[in-house]
Design a protein around this ligand. Structure first.
Ligand SMILES: [Zn+2]
Length: 155
């Protein structure tokens, strides 16, 4: 992904500025208080850069916010990244990492097909949505600062 955006994103995830939630990019959990998926934090940075409009409530009484591209109202989402954000950041819309080097071989495999490290970007395709939300109980949700480490290393 784009290095300057990665630096801003990881810094904000480590800052403690945003509360972490699951399931949606941004959800209002109390008046004026929001929970974010790590991808929602990236959307807020995209708002700063004029890529998407400030988030809006989806329905009259809903608590779920939607991010919409400034130049295409049909490009909007409340779960994965709007395409405009994905293109701007050079990341896949669902937050799956692109392998840095497809030829790389993990040194920690010990003769197995994959190593035991759940966060190994050589042996596994890392999905930020799954890391943020937890993966059906087999893997707990990863806190924002640890997600920042994964983004820094593998995205
Ligand atoms: Zn590995």
């Amino acid at each position: 992904m784009r290095e300057d955006i990665k630096a801003r994103w990881t810094a904000r995830l480590r800052s403690g500025q945003d509360a972490q939630g699951t399931g949606y990019l941004k959800q209002e959990v109390a008046s004026g208080r929001y929970d974010y998926c790590c991808l929602g934090v990236l959307c807020e940075i995209a708002v700063e850069d004029g890529i998407v409009r400030p988030s809006e409530l989806r329905g009259m009484s809903g608590s779920i916010h939607t991010f919409t591209a400034v130049d295409d109202l049909t490009d909007n989402s409340d779960t994965i990244l709007p395409l405009a954000v994905a293109r701007w950041a050079d990341i896949s819309a669902d937050g799956y990492q692109q392998p840095h080097d497809p030829e790389a071989v993990c040194p920690d495999r010990n003769g197995e097909e994959i190593c035991v490290n759940e966060l190994c970007g050589i042996c596994r395709t890392l999905a930020l949505t799954e890391l943020n939300d937890g993966d059906n109980g087999s893997m707990p949700a990863l806190p924002f600062p640890e997600i920042a480490d994964v983004i820094e290393k593998w995205f």
